[in-house]
Design a protein around this ligand. Structure first.
Ligand SMILES: COc1ccc(C(=O)NC2CCC2)cc1-c1cc(C(C)=O)n2cccnc12
Length: 121
């Protein structure tokens, strides 16, 4: 029988896509959905050396650039830490990044991931 496109994906890619969808749900305002635009964030590209956002992470999954779950988690942390570096504490973006980081990492603990199978070994 012919496998559906999604079934042809590598197991790691399918897991990362599932985790990404779960993380994106925690960004209802879509502040992290696309690259931050210098026109709305003056000086952003001078302050943030390694920008990251959910659409870039999705592209990296599709291009099989993530060799491990840790590389994926590191990009998620980079994205949140960038926002807490550029935006002052108390701003809507700094608060959103703190909340996203903490709630997102709770979903990425070994206990939460173990039920997803031993593909991480
Ligand atoms: C993809 O990035 C965005 C997309 C949409 C919005 C947005 O709808 N902002 C409205 C809430 C008050 C204006 C903000 C952002 C945004 C994210 C960020 C981050 C993540 O630092 N940011 C920083 C300064 C100014 N705008 C932003």
């Amino acid at each position: 029988c012919v496998l559906k496109a999604s079934q042809k994906r590598r197991p790691l890619s399918r897991l990362l896509e599932q985790l990404l969808r779960n993380l994106e749900k925690r960004d209802p305002n879509q502040f992290f959905a696309w690259p931050v635009n210098d026109n709305f964030a003056p000086g952003y590209s001078n302050i943030i050396r390694r920008p990251m956002d959910f659409s870039t992470m999705k592209q990296k999954i599709d291009d099989n650039e993530y060799k491990s779950l840790n590389c994926f988690i590191n990009d998620f942390k980079l994205m949140c830490n960038n926002a807490m570096k550029y935006n002052k504490p108390g701003t809507v973006y700094h608060k959103a990044a703190r909340r996203l980081l903490h709630s997102g990492l709770k979903q990425l603990t070994p206990a939460k991931l173990r039920p997803l199978g031993n593909i991480l070994t």
